[in-house]
Design a protein around this ligand. Sequence first.
Ligand code: NAP
Length: 278
Amino acid sequence: MKLAVIGHPVSQSLSPLMQKHWLKQHGLNHTYDLCDVSGDALSSFLETIRQEDWLGFNVTIPHKESILPFLDRLAPQARRIGAVNTVLKKDGQLIGYNTDGLGFLKPLLERYEAVFHRPVLLIGAGGAARAILAALLTTHTPLVMVYNRTAEKAAGLVQSLGSGRATILRQDDVQDAVAAAGLIINATSCGMAGYDPLDIDLASASGDVVVYDIVYKPLNTPLLAQANSRGLQIIDGLDMLIHQGAQAFKIWTGRDADTVGVKDMLCSAIGEGCEVEP
Ligand code: NAP
């Protein structure tokens, strides 16, 4: 059966490498392709998927939200987030899931579970930040402080996910939040190749803080380099990418994807060492 990642552009996606690795490991004959689908072509492409022998697909920029009206059902987390990154075709129905939140949480749960007892500083209010906030609110985290360049978007995010445990920050309060947080997350595009670095000083951060940057191109972002130079604990963006992919694989096949060794494989593919690994 067919699997794919659909997006526009999509040629740089690391998903085929990961998913083909797991399909081979499990001896499954499904195919996994890159499908460049523009916004105008989305509806007809989904019709083709309904007609043909598809098992499912990943969804990436710019379709994560615009695909919603074309699906038959949404899993609760995808409904709450308002975005889909994985679709399962089952009994002729297209069912939308969002695995970004769980993909984000997994590395924390595996390595730094204690961070959920302290306040979190979440920087960003785009699609990824939305999935991350929804995921954090499923943990015991006492408070998530959200800062975004465009304040209205942070306010909208906090309001729509509706919880007394999330609050918005003004720019002047960010440095105090750095000092108070047990976990600092960059969920903006800052630090990505071609973007400015995130403007944040980790000098006041506590020694046991975890700094999590979801950007993975480059892997060693200026924020992680700063955290590394201060001896802080870090998580990079490939960890989230791998775990959201593993969760999608489970949805399609019912099987557990072995994530061991996958990071080295992806690092070689993007031509980077995994030296930011703690
Ligand atoms: P998005 O919806 O476009 O949101 C972009 C966010 O970045 C917004 O909060 C935006 O703030 C902020 N931003 C952009 N340029 C900025 C600047 N110069 N200064 C300050 N803030 C800036 O994008 P997204 O889908 O959330 O993705 C965000 C990043 O996460 C991307 O780098 C993406 O590759 C990465 N990502 C990684 C994974 C993973 O698995 N590791 C998964 C998803 C996304 P405004 O609201 O003010 O514009």
